[in-house]
Design a protein around this ligand. Structure first.
Ligand code: BES
Ligand code: MN
Ligand code: ZN
Length: 507
C-alpha cells in the first residue's frame, strides 16, 4: 500500500473520498469547502449512518472531487478513544479492498477533535494492518491492495509522522507474517535466517549461537528444552548501535518456542495447533528491531531471541531433571511444559551480563494463567521498576496495546524455591501462575530495570478476542507498536513531544 499526502483543497479526483462523522452531527470532520455537486451524496451518507460507531455508507457521486463518497461513523464524541480512528480506518480500507479500488482518500479529522499526528498515526496503522492477510499457503490470493491518499494540510511534521507510522505498521505486519508460519516451516533455524535477512537489509549486527556453543557456554535452559527435538535450538542476537558509543543499550528478549507440545509433560490435544504461536514473543522482538533499524533511531538496542522446539522424545529433558542455567543457578524441572521461563532465564542473564543494559524488556507467551487472569485483550506485566512501568503504561494507552500490571514480591519469590535446587520451574499448584513464572525470571537478573510482558492472551486472536479490523485472524504482532511508541515518545524522534529527551533521564 502506497501512502501519499495531499492538501484537501487541490487534491486530484479520487475514486473514493472518505470522511469521519460523529454521532448526531451533520458535518464531515475536517471537510471545510465542499464542491456543490457532491453535497447531496454527503447528506445522504450522513443520514444513512447517523455517525454510529463503525457504520459505513458508500454513495456514488458526480463531480470533480470524487467518484464515491464514503462516510464512517466514529460514535459519540465523549466515547472516542485512542483506538476509534484506527479501528474505523481499518473498516474503510477493507471496504476499499472489497470494492476492488486501486486508490482511496481519507480526510483527516479536525485538529479540535484529535491532534493531527495522532490521527495520522492511527489512520496509517488502521489501514495498513487491516489489509494484511496470511495467505502464503492459499493457492488463490486476494492480492489487491489499494493505495491511500491522506488529505491534510501538509507539513514536515505530518510527513514524518506518516513515515514513522508506515515503518511501525510494517514492523507489526512482519511480526504477524512470521508468527503465523506453521511449525513445520518455521523452526529455530528458520527464525534465525529471518533475523539474519532483516539484519543485513538494515545494517544490524546479527549473531546466532548454535547447539554446541550453547552447551559449551552454559545455556543450560535453552539446551535442556531444545534437546528433545531434531530441530536444534538457536540463540538469536541482533544489535542496532546508533546511539552514543558509550551509552548502555536497552535489551529486548522474546520467547520463541516454534512449537510447544509440552514435551514429556505433554499437553492435551485440544488446540495444540495454536502452540505454533508460542514463538510470538521472539517474532515481536524481530519486528521491533526491524522498525527501529529502518527508522535509524539514535539508540543502542539489542534483541535476544532464544528459540527452541519443545518436543517429547527419547532425548527430551524430563520432570525430575536438575539443570544449571546461564547465571549458574540450578533449576529443578517439575513440568517440562513450563519451558518458556527456562529459555528466557538464560537469555535474560546473558543480556544483563553481556551488555549491562539500562533496561530489559521481555515478551513471552508464558502462561495459560495469564488468560485466566486477564482474558485475551489485555497482556500481563510484571516489573521491578516503577518509572519504566509508568512510561510503558502511557504507550499502552496511546497504542491500545493494552497491559495490566501484576504484583511481584518476596512471597511469590518463595513460591519458586526448590527443596533440591535453587529454584523449581513451577509455583505452588495453580496459584498466581503468571506471577510465579515472572518470579522465576526475576531470579535471572540482578538489579537491571526490567519489565516482563506476558502475551499469552493477546499474541494471536482466540475465541474471546475482541474483533478488530486491524487484527484479522492469527498473530496480532502485539508489542511492536507499544515499544516503538515508547521509543518515539521518550524523544528519540521529536514529533510527539517537542523536547528531545534521552532514555537515561527517564528510567
Ligand atoms: N506456552 C505455554 C503457555 C500458553 C498456554 C500460552 C496456552 C498461550 C496459551 C507455556 O509454555 C506453558 O505451557 N505454560 C504452562 C505452565 C505450567 C506448566 C506451570 C501453563 O500455563 O499451563
Ligand atoms: Mn509450555
Ligand atoms: Zn510455551
Amino acid at each position: 500500500m502506497k501512502i501519499r499526502l495531499e492538501n484537501l483543497n487541490n487534491s486530484k479526483k479520487t475514486t473514493m473520498l472518505c470522511g469521519f462523522v460523529l454521532e448526531d452531527s451533520d458535518k464531515v470532520l475536517g471537510l471545510k469547502k465542499i464542491e456543490p455537486k457532491i453535497i447531496p451524496s454527503i447528506r445522504q451518507s450522513i443520514n444513512d449512518i447517523g455517525g454510529i460507531f463503525g457504520k459505513i455508507a458508500v454513495i456514488p457521486t458526480t463531480g470533480k472531487t470524487a467518484q464515491r463518497i464514503l462516510l464512517a461513523g466514529l460514535g459519540k464524541k465523549e466515547n472516542i478513544t485512542n483506538d476509534t480512528i484506527r479501528f474505523v480506518s481499518g473498516k474503510i480500507a477493507q471496504k476499499a479492498r472489497e470494492l476492488k479500488l486501486k486508490e482511496f482518500s481519507i480526510i483527516i479529522p479536525s485538529s479540535s477533535l484529535i491532534e493531527p499526528v495522532l490521527s495520522i498515526t492511527q489512520i496509517v496503522e488502521g489501514c495498513k494492518m487491516s489489509l494484511y492477510k496470511f495467505e502464503k499457503y492459499k493457492s488463490k490470493k486476494e492480492n489487491n491492495t489499494p493505495d491511500l491518499t491522506i488529505l491534510v494540510s501538509k507539513s514536515e511534521k505530518i510527513a514524518k509522522a506518516i513515515k514513522i507510522a508506515e515503518i511501525v505498521s510494517d514492523g507489526a505486519i512482519y511480526t504477524k507474517s512470521i508468527a503465523n508460519l506453521p511449525p513445520n516451516e518455521c523452526t529455530p533455524t528458520t527464525l534465525a535466517n529471518f533475523a539474519r535477512i532483516v539484519s543485513k537489509k538494515n545494517n544490524m549486527k546479527c549473531n546466532i549461537i548454535s547447539k554446541n556453543d550453547l552447551k559449551k557456554k552454559g545455556f543450560g535452559g535453552i539446551t535442556a528444552v531444545g534437546q528433545g527435538s531434531k530441530n536444534e535450538p538457536k540463540l538469536i542476537i541482533l544489535e542496532h548501535s546508533h546511539g552514543p558509543r558509550n551509552e548502555k543499550p536497552i535489551v529486548l528478549v522474546g520467547k520463541a518456542v516454534t512449537f510447544d507440545t509440552g514435551g514429556i509433560s505433554l499437553k492435551p490435544g485440544d488446540k495444540m495447533d495454536e502452540m505454533k504461536f508460542d514463538k510470538c514473543g521472539g517474532c515481536t522482538v524481530i519486528g521491533i528491531m526491524k522498525a527501529v533499524s529502518e527508522l535509524k533511531l539514535p539508540i543502542n538496542l539489542v534483541g535476544i531471541i532464544p528459540s527452541v522446539e519443545n518436543m517429547p522424545s527419547g532425548e527430551s529433558y524430563r520432570p525430575g531433571d536438575i539443570i544449571k542455567l546461564y547465571n549458574g543457578k540450578t533449576a529443578e524441572i517439575l513440568n517440562t511444559d513450563a519451558e518458556g521461563r527456562l529459555i528466557l532465564a538464560d537469555a535474560l542473564s546473558y543480556g544483563e551480563k553481556q551488555y549491562s543494559p539500562k533496561a530489559i524488556i521481555d515478551f513471552a507467551t508464558l502462561t495459560g494463567a495469564c488468560i485466566i487472569a486477564l482474558g485475551t485483550n489485555i497482556a500481563g506485566m510484571i516489573s521491578n521498576n516503577d518509572k519504566l512501568t509508568q512510561k510503558i503504561i502511557e504507550s499502552s494507552k496511546r497504542t491500545t496495546e493494552e497491559i495490566w500490571q501484576l504484583p511481584l514480591n518476596d512471597d511469590y519469590m518463595d513460591m519458586v524455591k526448590s527443596d533440591v535446587a535453587d529454584m523449581k520451574n513451577v509455583g505452588i499448584g495453580r496459584a498466581a501462575g503468571t506471577i510465579t513464572a515472572a518470579a522465576f525470571l526475576r531470579n535471572a537478573i540482578e538489579n537491571t530495570p526490567w519489565i516482563h510482558i506476558d502475551i499469552a492472551g493477546v499474541a494471536w486472536t482466540q475465541v474471546a478476542t475482541k474483533e478488530k479490523p486491524y487484527n484479522p485472524k492469527g498473530a496480532t504482532g502485539f508489542g511492536v507498536r507499544l515499544i516503538l511508541d515508547y521509543f518515539v515518545s521518550v524523544g528519540f524522534i521529536d514529533i510527539r513531544i517537542s523536547k528531545t529527551m534521552f532514555i537515561h533521564h527517564v528510567i
